[in-house]
Design a protein. Structure first.
Length: 143
């Protein structure tokens, strides 16, 4: 009788461990799938750009670990970006273009957006999924 009770207890423990491991790995896999979908959402990209700009503007030169010449270049670029961000809201076309180019570079370099995967963010090839506002902006850019 002792032998049979031990087998039932061991089987129960193994079943419990197996179910626990299944649910742990199942949830982990689902989180990774959700994150991969989110990396192409507009909200994710906007939040990422804001975070990158804040990091660039709020990081001190001592944290850059650059030589003197490179540090001066980075300080000039940072100053130009700060000025452009302040003045682009007031209609300065040059500042707007600079900020747009800067954001474009961040999207291409840091978020790996290119011609092949941009459709995951904005469905250019599925015109029916675009909002009226999106269609208007796209139409305004086409010569």
């Amino acid at each position: 009788m002792d032998y049979m009770t031990n087998i039932i207890i061991i089987t129960g423990i193994l079943l419990l461990i197996t179910l626990t491991m299944y649910y742990l790995f199942k949830n982990e896999g689902m989180e990774q799938d959700e994150n991969s979908e989110d990396e192409y959402s507009v909200d994710y990209l906007v939040a990422g750009i804001k975070e990158m700009l804040n990091h660039i503007l709020n990081t001190g030169p001592s944290e850059w670990n650059l030589n003197k010449l490179e540090t001066k270049k980075q300080e000039r670029r940072r100053g130009k970006l700060k000025k452009a961000l302040r003045t682009c809201n007031y209609g300065d076309i040059g500042a707007k273009e600079y900020v747009k180019e800067y954001i474009k570079d961040l999207l291409q370099l840091k978020f790996n957006l290119n011609e092949e995967n941009i459709d995951k963010v904005i469905p250019f090839h599925k015109f029916y999924k675009l909002s009226t506002q999106d269609k208007l902006h796209i139409r305004a850019m086409v010569p």
